[in-house]
Write a protein that binds this ligand. Sequence first.
Ligand SMILES: Cc1ncc(COP(=O)(O)O)c(C=O)c1O
Length: 390
Amino acid sequence: MEFSGTLRTKLPRVKTTIFTRMTQMAQANGALNLAQGFPGFHPHPDLAKFMVEALEKGKYQYAPMTGLPELRHAVAKVVESLYSAKYDSETEITITAGATQGLFSAICSLVREGDEVIVFEPAYDSYVPAIEACGGKARLVSLEGPDYSVPWDQVKKLMRPETRAILINSPHNPTGTLLGHQDLLQLEKMLTSTDVLLISDEVYEHMTFDGYEHQSVARYPNLASRAFVVGSFGKTYHATGWKTGFVLAPAPLMAEFRKMHQYQVFAVHSASQYAFARMLEEPKHYSELSAFYQQLRDIFLDELKGSAWKFSPSQGTYFQVLHYEADPSLTDEEMAKQLSSKFKVTPVPMSGFYQYPGPCQSLRFCFAKTPEELREAARRLVMAGEALLK
Ligand SMILES: Cc1ncc(COP(=O)(O)O)c(C=O)c1O
């Protein structure tokens, strides 16, 4: 179809996401796809059972705009039991079409033309376009290597009257690092006596390893009182395709959020909400997730020990970053291409998580795959390391 008008894009720098491009590359090469972040196995069978139950009960029509009451109640109960935080399920919890929509509606509800939002890089790819689509500007802060820590002094320097919000993500995609108690105390100190709001992306809240605890913003009353906390059932229940998530916020913030939510999606798929509400009744599903993913991480890393790849074990999420040292011409994009085409395993180049990437020799791998796939992927990586890096 020909288009005859003039088009002025609102998002000139946005192209097809790096995840889609790498998945296409994996398919074209017949490679193991460790690029896109989705589980390579089925959810617990109860999820399908509850979905069937939902359909038998006739959950075909619109759910309430704010989400199914039983799901909102279930979320409130879990959040209180895990983080000792009380959210009113009527006024402070909304069910969303995945965390992506939760983030987008939260950003839309508070960012106006000229507002600034502080974002840490590397970053999940939806943050900056959402801010820019609302006329805002992302003020980018690079996490500091080798452990990707937050340079709080730099953040402090960026705070000015235009600063509307800070966006944090822990457990962190793509680096697999966590914000610790001290980070949240620093943030609390910095935000006191300002009007700066907080958006906290916590979609991997139930995946932390080696005894590390997830520090939800919900645990910190002085932060929670100015925060949107965003979660995802897709991540927790191995059902990313169902695109169902939730947002927590104090009632006045949530009222603004819902003004956007009701015109962006109105309501979320009703049968999925019913099924997730039933799943939340059994704490084992989320309390055993960390051990489950830690085992998969270890299967992957055990095979890579002693190879040319350098890494610090992921502390959370289902992502592992591998670093390498080579001639600068072997960029992460080039390395990802070679791994995919010659060694049949496809990662995401870390430069894909930066707006203005510099030189980079790091790759992100998703280990939400079967043990057999992970062993095979690691075996191929060891071979690639020997061929390309030694
Ligand atoms: C950090 C982060 N936030 C948000 C999302 C989106 O979650 P959902 O699939 O529930 O929209 C993802 C998905 O990969 C993610 O990694």
